[in-house]
Design a protein around this ligand. Structure first.
Ligand code: GTP
Ligand code: SPV
Ligand code: MN
Length: 599
């Protein structure tokens, strides 16, 4: 079956032959990255009903796709790290031995592509040929996956040329099989650079370059090779004098990375000449540069963003990015003009509409408090090209990446975490990342709104033991002569009625400004039990209607009682991670507890 292959690489060809023998596809199609081939595949997907072509005038090059109803988010319970020993995967990950996993999954793949096409996608995470880049090949039976990978990664035969006869690539095998959730598995073999995904067709489970490779496998490689793969956005703030400073921020899924990455500063900043540019919205690969600073690249080539809540006010840049060449997944189909809609887009839900389940949808029956009445799934998404983003950074395609001044951690905390605080050192900052917690969202299956610890927003994405991951952070700090400063933010504090107190979105610029001033030493701070807090008057609230100094004071309050009860929760979480949690972090925890008790 493997005739006229675009590569002679025996590692690639032998592996494909194995996968073909297992899945038994009728034919093989190599994806060359060309527009002609992509267009043929789009047509085929529309003919089969897998995708719907949207209004070419209003949304040129855009398509709608609906996943199976049982297949709308990442499935952490069915995601496994299959290292030889359980200890290397750690207690936070699900683990299966590689042999057991392969024998359990082999029957699920066997014959799964009979009568179908197997697509071979050679792709690069990072710019082909750059020192940061890592290559992958995904085999899949889904055109939807191919078309998404064409947007999210750099696909083409130049990847095969760059690989030559090297075995150094990540193998990814994906089969939709029966989309049976009881037989759904997303499994990683970090020691073999191998990923298997079966019985799903949802983004994070099947676009294997993203969470599976660029975080789980890459975090494993990063630890071995002395770099970091993180669940972080990257943005640049351009100052009125033309200088640009870059920051990375790690927030858990559906906690505001895409929004912050594409932020438009409030008018008062724009007038002065401030601009914000997006380098990445989800994943950062970080290395120590020759100049002793930490440098970041975004290994992706597009955005797989949350649709609900995206609108002309909250994130106009994201909205504009999705106006062409975009694949929408699980949003509302407006059948009147063949466009799309989602909750929070505008106040005009379509009268003639099909919901994400594919049923006729009556917006008048929508009840804010009952998610099952939503037209769009809360985790519905857009897949859009980075080049179509109005605020994409001119460094987006720079193989060197960008130098990072600050790392920001954050999550959804209704009470405990203040609007912003600064850690006191890299070690203390690593501790701050390690104790991150957030209320769960619709981005993963399971209960929504429960507080869970999510270190560095990487709980679902570290490809090895979490204690070793913390140790890697501490080690990296020792090797960065001029490290970024580390901060923690929380846009999600609520009042007694449950309303967000901080306006968020573009106004988060006001917090970024304080953070960057701290980086260049131009503003003082208060030393508190948890770290450096802003003086109330140093958060610029000019032009904000519903925020006064009292509000800011409330947002910056540290409630000792709730922090002390959090300490107990952190102790049991560390215990759950196990005995590889570094001693340095326990001393940070003890010191924090003592400071809180004294305060
Ligand atoms: P993933 O793609 O899952 O990793 O999510 P993300 O971290 O990129 O989150 P995203 O920016 O898509 O935001 C998710 C949800 O949080 C959306 O519903 C946003 O409207 C909301 N959100 C983002 N930023 C803010 C903010 O500053 N304040 C408030 N209140 N909500 C926000
Ligand atoms: C996330 O859940 O953090 C995402 C979406 O960015 S997914 O690709 O599904 O992981
Ligand atoms: Mn994400």
């Amino acid at each position: 079956m493997l005739n006229n292959t675009p590569t002679e690489n025996k590692y690639i060809l032998e592996w494909i032959e194995e996968a073909v023998a297992l899945c038994q596809p009728e034919r093989i199609v190599w994806i060359d990255g060309s527009e002609e081939q992509a267009e043929l595949l789009r047509k085929e997907a529309c003919e089969s009903g897998e995708m719907i072509k949207l209004n070419e005038e209003k949304l040129p090059g855009c398509y709608l796709h609906r996943t199976a109803i049982n297949d709308v988010a990442r499935v952490e319970g069915r995601t496994f790290i299959c290292t030889k020993t359980k200890e290397d995967a750690g207690n936070i990950n699900n683990w299966m031995s590689p042999d057991e996993c392969k024998s359990r999954l082999t029957p699920l793949f066997r014959g799964s592509m009979a009568g179908k096409t197997m697509y071979v996608i050679p792709y690069s995470m990072g710019i082909v040929g750059s020192p940061f880049a890592k290559y992958g090949i995904e085999l899949t039976d889904s055109i939807y996956v191919v078309l998404n990978m064409l947007i999210m990664t750099r696909v083409g035969f130049d990847v095969l040329d760059a690989l030559g006869d090297s075995p150094d690539f990540v193998k990814g095998l994906h089969a939709r099989a029966e989309l049976d959730e009881e037989k759904r598995y997303i499994v990683h073999f970090p020691e073999e650079n191998l990923i298997w995904s079966v019985n799903s067709g949802y983004g994070g489970n099947v676009l294997l370059g993203k969470k599976c490779f660029a975080l789980r496998i890459a975090s494993y490689l990063g630890r071995k090779e002395g770099w970091m793969a993180e669940h972080m956005l990257i943005l640049g703030v351009e100052y009125p004098d033309g200088e640009t400073k870059y920051v990375c921020a790690a927030f858990p899924s559906a906690c505001g990375k895409t929004n912050l990455a594409m932020l438009i500063p409030p008018e008062l900043y724009r007038k002065k000449g401030y601009k914000v540019y997006c380098v990445g919205d989800d994943i950062a690969w970080l290395r120590v540069g020759k100049d002793g600073r930490l440098w970041a690249v975004n290994p992706e080539n597009g955005f797989f963003g949350v649709a609900p809540g995206t609108n002309e006010k909250t994130n106009p840049n994201a909205l504009h990015t999705t106006l062409r060449d975009t694949i929408f997944t699980n949003v509302v189909h407006n059948t009147h003009d063949n466009t799309v809609w989602w909750e929070g887009l505008d106040k005009n839900p379509p009268a003639e509409a099909i919901n994400w389940r594919g049923e006729p949808w009556d917006f008048r029956k929508y009840d804010k408090n009952d998610k099952s009445t939503c037209g769009a799934h809360p985790n519905s998404r857009f897949t859009a090209k980075a080049v179509n983003c109005p605020c994409i950074s001119d460094k987006f395609n720079d193989p060197a990446g960008v130098p990072i001044s600050a790392i920001i951690f954050g999550g959804r905390r209704a009470r405990t975490a203040p609007l912003v605080y600064q850690s006191t050192s890299w070690q203390n900052g690593t501790f701050v990342g390690s104790i991150m917690a957030s209320e769960t969202t619709a981005a993963a299956s399971g209960e929504v709104g429960v507080v869970r610890r999510d270190p560095m927003a990487m709980r679902p994405f570290v490809g090895y033991d979490m204690g070793d991951y913390f140790a890697h952070w501490l080690n990296m700090g020792k090797n960065i002569p001029n490290p970024p400063k580390i901060f923690h933010v929380n846009w999600f504090r609520t009042d007694d009625e449950g309303n967000f107190i901080w306006p968020g979105f573009g106004d988060n610029m006001r917090v970024l400004e304080w953070i960057l001033k701290r980086c260049d030493g131009s503003v003082d701070a208060i030393e508190s039990a948890i770290g450096y807090l802003p003086h109330t008057e140093d958060i610029n609230i000019d032009g904000l209607e519903d925020v006064n100094t009292d509000t800011v004071r409330k947002l910056l309050e540290v409630d000792t009682e709730s922090w002390l009860s959090d300490i107990n929760n952190i102790r049991s979480f560390y215990a759950q991670i196990g005995d590889r949690v570094p001693a340095e972090l326990y001393s940070e925890l003890d010191a924090l507890e003592n400071r809180l008790k004294e305060s």
